[in-house]
Design a protein around this ligand. Sequence first.
Ligand code: NAD
Ligand code: ZN
Length: 348
Amino acid sequence: MRALRLTQWKSEPELVEVPEPTPGPQQVVVRIGGAGACHSDLHLMGEFEPGTLPWNPPFTLGHENAGWVHALGEGVTHLRVGQPVAVYGAWGCGTCARCRVGVDPYCENPAEAPVPSGGGGLGLDGGMAEYELVPDARHVVPLPEGLDPVDAAPLTDAGLTPYHAVRRSWHRLAPGSTTVVIGAGGLGHVGVQILKATTATRVIAVDTRPEALRLAEECGADLTVPSGDTAAEQIRDATGGLGADLVLDFVGADATLRLGASVARMLSDLTIVGIARGTLPVSFFGVPYEMSVQTTYWGSRPELVEVLDLGARGLVRPRTTRFALQDALGAYERMREGSLLGRAVIVP
Ligand code: NAD
Ligand code: ZN
């Protein structure tokens, strides 16, 4: 079968022929319907020195996958061949306190996981191929009625990651609250939809690209603000000087973290999802009182079930552009140059 593989750090992935996987006991092979192209893949191709992450190439890209059960390993009884499924992408040890409740991204026994802090497309072979081997059937989540695997694929990361980031701050998002979404790309435009579908917060979207701001508006943003020198002032004005109860930074650069902290309200959350690896100086008088700052990594398996439900009910619908596997590099090129809206989904 064909697979888009990252063969070494700081390189372009290559479309190569690899053997079709066969499932061992408790494993599942999924025929890929769609594999989302994430900006994290660009970070993987372009930025990381060997030793930055706890795993290394070569592996097949694609950590945002859905499709149909193709083959079941011995002992897997709760799935059937042909069934439409999503792949939960974070693969922890399965037995630690976190994994037992489905919080595999924060596995506390990484030496026992298939790869530490990774999964398919992140250290192990992912879904930018005709088939993906899922090493434990618990990561294969049946799709609810009415959700097509190509539409479901982005929900497993571009949906799940903002869902988790929003959900952990639900208690702050009563009517009268404001949320600022910085970066209305693959994750951010879904984040806006999730905020509108699950809370009564007012949503202000910030992006450098006018077309991304238009998409955010279509997704329900109440106000859009171009990224730049006057963004903080505009957001402060729009909140009566108080600032935002939640800032979701889907970029994570020095400038966006600074913007986030400068528009956060006292008693707020500043949640860093984007991995541009900027830094934020924190000092007693430098940031609002009781502004909590956290990074988040992906989401839990129970949360994926909730996101898929939102997708099946039409409450969350990622804007997607489809690319064939042989055109996957073109999708990343468009992401790099900023001409992609929403999410690119590779359809092998
Ligand atoms: P994307 O390229 O689809 O979207 C990024 C958006 O940010 C674009 O619309 C871009 O115009 C906008 N942007 C860039 N610089 C900006 C700035 N200075 N101010 C405002 N907007 C700006 O990327 P994506 O796939 O949505 O991923 C976003 C980030 O989240 C990436 O860094 C990615 O690696 C990361 N990510 C993190 C997790 C996690 O679990 N923490 C999961 C997936 C992706
Ligand atoms: Zn674990």
